[in-house]
Design a binder for this molecule. Sequence first.
Ligand code: SF4
Length: 419
Amino acid sequence: MKISFLTLGCKLNYAETSTYERGFREAGAEVVPWRDAADICVINTCSVTATADAKSRNLIRKMHKQNPSALIIVTGCSAQLRRDTIEAMEGVARVFGCNEKSLVVPETMSLVEKGLETKEIANKRPETAIFAAYSTGERTRSFLKVQDGCDNFCKYCTVPFARGRSRNISIEECVANARKIAAAGVKEIVLTGVNTGDFGRSTGETFADLIKALNEVEGIDRYRISSIEPNLLTDEIIDWTASGTKFQPHFHIPLQTGSDNLLKAMGRRYDTALFKSRIEMARNAFEGPGKPKVFFGIDLMAGLPGETEDEFLRSLDFIESVNPAFIHVFPYSRRPGTPAADMPGQVAEETKAERVSVLENLCCKLHSEFLENNRGVHEKVLFESANRSGYMEGFSGNYIKVRRPYNSSLVNTIVDVIL
Ligand code: SF4
């Protein structure tokens, strides 16, 4: 039986798809590339914006057109939030919501083997536990899911509705999965979740204890935290990660806007002063003469409701004052059912587009300055396997991409370099 996979969205989705893949292989299925003919097509959807929802539906149509007799299996955030719409689409055999992920492999296999009617399966009571996942298949880096869901309900966000309440995998199981990743020869792990720093809600453990336990796993040389809310990046986490551990000087911190008025209106749990204090503390802890600069990647939304020209300029000033290495820019997407969708002061699409390009230009400027500020610094690079026209690439600890002539003996090895 041939099965193919398509994934949209975040690192969490990729870790979950990779885990489904392993499950289907163990169940005897042959995994084929999505362009090839397949008996089953699994589509892991995203719903973070209206565009992502539309892309998810387009993929379903495309895979049904490409494989008219295949069973289309749909999971992910759009499957959770747009279930009725997706269940009504041609070719869709089964839709799995956010609490049904551990049923994807067994129920799809029984669908195939016993030709059970979807209605009969749908009556089974979904479970509520968290679905553990990690990615394999990439030789160098693996996404390890440690947490899922969110309790913050920021005014513009649908994620808590799509992925449920904040819950986590136990430290013991995270360590066990990290050992499996190490056994596969992977050297770097990216800790992944929805609100990763909120780890511990369902087990009473803490994020600080998790990273200390993972640091002891043999065979893994480097860790990155995929994203952490500013108010959850505690002094303890900063001090400890900077004390000579495997955690790299690389933090991805969602800011969303540099305006305190808008942060408050959107229900974010910090202000610009707190945000800045995290950046400064991490710089003081990690940086020093001849040492690499910390890579701060920040998320920014352009055109939040209420973002007047003044608020936007205030936000720009703040971003320049914290001087991040990279800005992930998103135009605000009005999501039905969120409080922000009904707020006054909605920003026109063309204004949003203008602000996105202002932020992207700023990102280019800040990133080149970051590269310049690291010139001549000693760093370690983990080289990846791909041979790109005779060259290979890898990332330094502080997330600078480095390119060198291809040398197969350096694949998946950590090499000392002068940036
Ligand atoms: S913390 Fe992130 S995932 Fe949670 S509600 Fe806010 S924006 Fe959404």
